[in-house]
Write a protein that binds this ligand. Sequence first.
Ligand SMILES: C[S@@+](CC[C@H](N)C(=O)[O-])C[C@H]1O[C@@H](n2cnc3c(N)ncnc32)[C@H](O)[C@@H]1O
Length: 466
Amino acid sequence: MGIDAGFDMVPRLSKGAVDRQNWQSFIKIIKERYQNDDLVEVKPNYIVFKAGEHPMLPFEGHKFLRFSSKISGSHAKGVEEYIDTVTWVAKANFGSRVRYWNEAGDEWGFYNWQEVNDSFKSYEQPDEPEIPTSIAQYVFGTDTMSELNLQLFGIQLVPGKGKGLVARFNIAKGKRILYEKPFFTAPNLSPISLMESNIATKLKALSKTEQQQFLSLHNNFPGKHPFSGIVKTNALPCGPDSGIGGVYPTICLINHSCLPNAHNSWNSDTKCETIHAIRYIKSGEEITISYDKGGPSDSRRTHLKDAFGFDCNCSLCSLPLPDLQISDARRLQIQLLDNAIGDPDRVMNKPDDCLADCHCLLQVLEEEYKGSAGVLIARLYYDAFQISITHGDQARASVFAERGHRSRVICEGEDSPETRKIKNLMENPAGHRNFGASKRWKTAKGLVPKGLDTDGFEKWLWRQGR
Ligand SMILES: C[S@@+](CC[C@H](N)C(=O)[O-])C[C@H]1O[C@@H](n2cnc3c(N)ncnc32)[C@H](O)[C@@H]1O
């Protein structure tokens, strides 16, 4: 008997070039780290740590299932430190594929001992070399990237920002990068002592590992209320304008950019947060999301400092002053247009002006965000949809809904409640609550013109030249 702890690799690595290379660099880091440690011996086919039950790391990563040992009793001396360090390095290389468990915290390994012992036996004898039959097999082992559920990012130190997520592969626009359950969700309570005790209660309900993960998150507000400080630094709102925030093991390692390449969204059905690429992300590029609501650099800076406690050094905020001023002017214009479009009296009485503002906003967003305005575009099309449907124009409304739907899928995926909502409206625009408030622009859904060239169609859609 005794208490075991360690980590499992779930899913196990493939024989493909990508996994092979990642495992080799992981082994290289381990070898370098322990080169002067007499208790860590490099054998022909694996590394053995001569403490506890002598956990091993094979040189062939696809054989590896578990790194663990008993951590209780006198013979276990020193092994816990090896387990902690190797787990940490493995996590940095393989992310959530590395599942740490500790029987002291009622956590158990993923694989059964029969599977694990068989894997240990296979370490001694290297495999016969295989000739891959396809590029996919060579690169990915036996399957494609998605089927293998490859983690698209690694956790790395990013200059000036602490830890961050960096793409390990080229990531296509619209690709789901992460889907994660929060440790917990919590409201922003006042006074702070109340918030602290509320979080303490939620923390107690977590496993030991989760508690450790939570406590290892960055805290910009150290002092008398450490739990609240961690939540304030890391929590992401559970939906736009929600006063409830969620704290996540991996998503909370994503840094902010005022010009992000990914979008975070709360799925109120599954109670999970998703991260999607909103533009093509190159391998090696940092993955970023936006923590704030935009606006010119001054107001962004103030908000990020007050709400999250840091000074932003993203690529936009680091622009030379003349360039930053151009961006600031556009951000201000975006805010003004957004406010004007959202005015219900104007939607009712000056719909042509509102639609013209939507068109103008679309152009400014494209310029400012270099074609990657993400969810701002989805919202804009929803606004244009609402203006059209309020005045009975089902034809235009269905086109705007279709465009809004396309943008939502990119930012949030098909399973997002927001995506489903706009999809329903695309199919049945008259189902919107404002339909019929006015008949000013009345059209049937089927009256979308056919045979126009792109310019002609855009002119029709935005009611230009009337
Ligand atoms: C949610 S955490 C992100 C992960 C964090 N970098 C870490 O090491 O754990 C937010 C913190 O990361 C840093 N950070 C994120 N985005 C930044 C940015 N654009 N500029 C400077 N620091 C940033 C700040 O310290 C911020 O409080």
